[in-house]
Design a protein around this ligand. Sequence first.
Ligand code: HEM
Ligand code: HEM
Length: 216
Amino acid sequence: MMNTLTIKLWDGFIRSFHWLLVVVLAGLWYTGGDIDYIDLHHQLGLVMLALLLTRIMWGIVGSQSARFSYFMRSPIAVWQYFKAPFKHEYVTHNPAGAYMVIIMLALLLSQAISGLFTDDAIFFRGPLAHLVSNDMVRSLTRYHKQAFDYILIAIALHLVAIFVYTVMKKRLVGPMITGRKAYPENAQVNQPKQRHGAFGLVLLGINITWIFGWLS
Ligand code: HEM
Ligand code: HEM
């Protein structure tokens, strides 16, 4: 059996963030089109906003493997990556995956922010809708309804990529559950500096508190 080198890749915050994101997004999808659930949709939207904001903060001050400056590469690196996608071992996101992460976070953030300005013209007016003109509220409500399709497309691509990697025997899903990833002993990889995930969870708690205090 080949010797392996185990690296701590995803701290507790990133793992909690990822799986909470999946659960909260499923809830938002379920509650989105239904007047009976619009208050729950609003609350879940605020949780989503806090999750995304905390992830962005963690991308600046958190564990090295979670930092944008650590995993973002130039478009040339993406081009080179696609020439031999399964050849190298990566610590944290590969160059193409990194751009996909940014696209997913940006789509989700614009969805959550536009939600704050929506008006369903029956029961519900978003907590910041009074700050902008009625035309702007109409445009942002339209955006909020249409842009969700782009989120679904991004998720489909994400899942296809994970599936292809799994078929190619690259382990991605296990590390997003356990936090650890085993590499061949001769792989050119270094242990990224880790912050305790509990700091990220405290940050999440603080962000949930002020966001709900302000926008609930
Ligand atoms: C609602 C559906 C999903 C969304 C919105 C989503 C979103 C994301 C995001 C934003 C990241 C980047 C993590 C970070 O750096 O903070 C990520 C990574 C990841 N996701 Fe998902 N995800 C979804 C579903 C899933 C599912 C169902 C799986 C497993 C089958 C999965 C497996 C992974 C893995 C393995 C990574 C790390 C990829 C890597 O090592 O580069 N995701 N996902
Ligand atoms: C990332 C977070 C969010 C996601 C993924 C999301 C998703 C959705 C989806 C899928 C719909 C149904 C669209 C349709 O009927 O075609 C919807 C509708 C709606 N959402 Fe969100 N939402 C989010 C955040 C928010 C927030 C924060 C608010 C308000 C504070 C909000 C308010 C609304 C309203 C009022 C509607 C109904 C619009 C109408 O039917 O005219 N959403 N959302």
